[in-house]
Design a protein around this ligand. Sequence first.
Ligand SMILES: [Zn+2]
Length: 58
Amino acid sequence: MTEDCGICGETVPFDATVHAMVHTRSEAGVVEAYVCRQCYDEHLGPMFERLTEREPSA
Ligand SMILES: [Zn+2]
């Protein structure tokens, strides 16, 4: 089983994908995509790491 990466379009094995879901709270509803591990590390991972850093550490 394979999936096409939503960012680079690469076809990757299913267990090498990351499932990303975005709840838009608009008519678009839930947007979901599978991205490859490499794109996650390059694009999505750093974004969420920055969000986490803003949380109070106490
Ligand atoms: Zn990719």
